[in-house]
Design a binder for this molecule. Structure first.
Ligand code: HEC
Length: 175
């Protein structure tokens, strides 16, 4: 009697274990492809508001500026290439929630995942354009960026950032 009850429990535990494995395997298929290498539960150690100010905005400005302030030296081009990598990385990071109050709510939305994927893709294009030193392509990427930033802000951003952090105003060609 004791024996069989134990056997039953083991069977239930095994079935539950299998269920966990199956449901864990199920998730990546519905998940943003660019993020496939990070676990779904990955959580950023800072808020999305901070990622915007410290990484996204910081990487995007030099790429916009390059259209009218062309990099001259190899060193300047290398620096711009780093910004393009940062932009791609930022697109991947913001697919995940951080410590911000609304981060989980935002990142759970398919529309959010699409915009962050777009930012990732624009970063990939920016890397190629910078590596080819193709100023026309860099100009187009600047325009593409405006659409991605403004598109996601229009869909999700509140008038005041939840973390109270604003970015610097973007430079304009006359500067
Ligand atoms: C996937 C959506 C998404 C994309 C793409 C995105 N943002 Fe944001 N951004 C947000 C949200 C949401 C906030 C507000 C965060 C908060 O309130 O916690 C924000 C906040 C910011 C802030 C801080 C608040 C402010 O008004 O200064 C800056 C700066 C910013 N974004 C710049 C950019 C730039 C530049 C780009 C494009 C290169 C960009 N963002 C792309 C969603 C996005």
């Amino acid at each position: 009697m004791h024996q069989s009850r134990y056997g039953k429990r083991a069977a239930v535990a095994l079935a539950f274990g299998l269920f966990l494995i199956v449901s864990a395997c199920d998730k990546p298929s519905t998940y943003n492809q660019a993020e496939a290498s990070l676990p779904v539960t990955y959580k950023l150690p800072i808020s999305i508001n901070d990622v915007m100010v410290a990484l996204v905005n910081d990487a995007a400005d030099p790429i916009w500026m390059a259209a009218w302030q062309e990099p001259k030296t190899d060193e300047e081009w290398r620096e711009l290439e780093r910004k393009a990598y940062q932009l791609q990385l930022a697109g991947s990071l913001i697919a995940h929630p951080g410590t911000g109050a609304l981060d989980h709510k935002w990142t759970a939305k398919p529309g959010w995942q699409q915009w962050s994927n777009q930012l990732h893709a624009t970063g990939v294009d920016a890397i190629a354009a910078v590596e080819n030193r193709d100023l026309a392509a860099i100009g187009n990427i600047g325009d593409q960026l405006v659409e991605v930033c403004e598109g996601c802000h229009r869909d999700f951003k509140l008038p005041f950032p939840t973390g109270g952090k604003f970015g610097e105003l973007s430079p304009v060609p006359s500067e």
